[in-house]
Ligand binder design. Structure first.
Ligand SMILES: [Zn+2]
Ligand SMILES: [Zn+2]
Length: 281
């Protein structure tokens, strides 16, 4: 069987974090959509107040048990991978996962003792800018990318939505995405990743939820990653069963536009390359 990027969906959430469906419903939707390598990637636990009710319990045993049960249920039909979306502010232990997605969702300031979400609401970004960054939004972006770089250096399987800081920046609401300081910070974070072990995701989640019209990351980052010899994986960051393969056509288009000829899917045997030409996307 000739596989394409739609055979794999490994950035998914469930009601055990901030998703709308159970793990069983997500797996069933994946199987019905002909996904053959389904991965659950619940948000890791953090101490951030805004994360209460939106992330996995610090003790992931129930999450793990249910995924392993689903692995048995779908044995021989669909591989079920045990993953986690590991937040930079996580307070748990990251071990015994088939893969992990490294993501920055919030910044923590020891001075103000506050967490600032970068992907939730403008108020949090404004508080970060004004209370922790002297009113300079590019300082917020530089801080965000320093945290991305630190996470990238831990060699995640997948580097998650690398430019999430642009989520609420439609039409340059907070800063110019062509500003040299912004570009330098983003490229420095990208170069902190090891293209021989980490995949960069092309993530359509914010399109599905109505925040953006294009996937992460921006073309200049995708092109630079290709120049570094890096590979990409298409993900929908699905928070509901109907979004398992949402926007994979847009993600493939972004990959092609940046010069990629192949994508990677995750399997229990590790990453597997698929030619983009094989994608009827
Ligand atoms: Zn995320
Ligand atoms: Zn996610």
């Amino acid at each position: 069987m000739k596989l394409n990027a739609r055979a794999s969906s490994v950035h998914t959430h469930s009601i055990l974090c901030d998703g709308k469906n159970t793990l069983a419903e997500m797996a069933a939707a994946a199987y019905a959509a002909k996904v053959r390598y389904f991965g659950a990637s619940g948000h890791s636990h953090t101490p951030a107040p805004a994360d209460v009710g939106n992330v996995l319990d610090a003790d992931v045993s129930a999450y793990r048990t249910e995924i392993l049960r689903l692995r048995e249920e779908y044995a021989g039909r669909m591989e079920v991978l045990l993953g986690i979306e590991w937040d930079s502010q996580s307070d748990g232990v990251r071990s015994d996962f088939d893969y992990w997605i490294g993501s920055v969702h919030e910044l923590y300031s020891p001075e103000t003792m506050e967490y600032y979400c970068v992907d939730w609401e403008a108020e949090s970004l404004i508080a970060c800018r004004d209370r922790a960054c002297g009113g300079d939004f590019l300082s917020v972006a530089e801080w965000y990318y320093r945290d991305v770089a630190a996470l990238a250096q831990q060699k995640p399987t997948i580097l998650g939505h690398i430019d999430l800081i642009t989520k609420l920046n439609q039409d340059g609401a907070f800063f110019s995405e062509t500003a040299p300081r912004y570009r330098t910070a983003a490229l420095t974070a990208l170069h902190a990743a090891d293209p021989t072990v980490t995949l960069l995701e092309i993530n359509t989640g914010s399109i599905q939820r109505g925040y953006r019209k294009t996937p992460y990351p921006a073309p200049f980052l995708l092109k630079e990653w290709r120049a570094m010899g890096g590979k990409v994986i298409l993900t929908s960051d699905a928070h509901s069963a109907d979004a398992i393969l949402f926007g994979f056509d847009l993600a493939a288009k972004a990959a092609r536009s940046a010069g990629y000829t192949e994508t990677v899917i995750l399997t229990m045997d590790g990453p597997s390359v698929c030619p983009l030409e094989a994608d009827p996307l």
